[in-house]
Ligand binder design. Sequence first.
Ligand SMILES: *[C@@H]1O[C@H](CO)[C@@H](O)[C@H](O)[C@H]1NC(C)=O
Length: 430
Amino acid sequence: MKLLVLLALVGLASAAVYQHSLTKITSKRSKMIKAGTWPAYLKYKEFLRLAKTKTANFQSVGQKVNDYEDLEYVGNITIGTPAQTFLVILDTGSANLWVPDTTCGAGGGGSDCPDYCSDETFCEFLCDQSCCSSKKSLPAAPKANACSTKHKFDSSKSSTYQKDGTSWNIQYGTGSASGFQGLDTIAFGDAGTTQLTVPKTTFGQATSIASFFAQDPIDGILGLAFTSLAVNNVVPPLINAINQNLLDKPLFTVYLQEKGAVDNVPGGVYTYGAVDTQNCGAVIAYQKLSSATYYQFKMDAIGVGSYSSSTGWDVISDTGTSFIGGPQDVTDALAKAVGATYDDNYGTYFADCKSSFTGVTVTIGGKVYTISSKQVLVDAGNGQCEFAFFPFDFGGYGPAWILGDPFIRQYCQVYNIGEKSIGFAPANGA
Ligand SMILES: *[C@@H]1O[C@H](CO)[C@@H](O)[C@H](O)[C@H]1NC(C)=O
């Protein structure tokens, strides 16, 4: 992974602009759809959702209701001195950093091997292998826990570590992560490269992580949204970097590449401190954020073919969501306009991969942005494609739409934290 200072870009030896290369992986969701296990998993999640709605504390502000099962772009960060490396999702749809602590799983308990793990088809995708029934019959199977395959942070080995100790808990769709907070130096990128290094950053040290993380390649999550979205109001690493004047400009650019269902290939670049002029064309326009929590703003209209709706909604730009989510009456109509049909079992729209349409148009601030058909027709195996939209209901408040990776691959996103705005620029090669 390369991380370099763009000296040429800003022409200063002291330039504070950093590039962070990402790796594209195949999402767990995509693997499960191809393996046919997705419908059963969805049913299980629905069961959990209904069970949870009965308890009062289900909706917590700023927390994802999904499980990162569709995560596709990952990158390394380091924590501490000397550096300890962690693979994380760089997520503009959340605002906390957490990684497993060296004590992760130690307090274990049976909760690390939930009921669904006894189903082998689930187990393969969602649980630590030692949970799976075929292995259960083995004598002295090691105690299962999702932390076992992860890199863990050891504060005793870091000379810059400071104690905090405040506890935290983040709920996801089928489980949670929790632990305590600490302070240390966080650096974006790989050790030994030119990193954006942010001293005295508060982060979460997880002592327990939900078992669905076991089969994810990531160790943790690095949220890039605003402090107001963060659990415990912890200042997120990039906001901390800006507060410490470590960047040329208080903004970053995200460039994601379309790579199909492939694992472990270079997949994009985050540029901290500048608009990325290497991978992106000129910025078409900036739109003021309607809420600086998520990167939330107004979308005027969306359409494809002969269909268009100009109801107007609040939307968020979210690198951690691989599709585009919106109100079901609209996603149904968009799907109908391209000949896609909703499959209840899979909870997704399927389309003929050969469908031809000129693209989905999204209108923001009076400007029309076109997402090409190749970005929204995603191979699902057996000659079928998914139409990359999903019905989404935040529950009466918050954003009505999530603009995920298909939009971001088509248009680089300039997340302008200082100006509380977001800019869109054509992505090279999209
Ligand atoms: C992350 O770091 C590990 C360990 O240094 C390395 O093996 C891996 O290739 C890196 N991954 C990415 C996505 O750069």
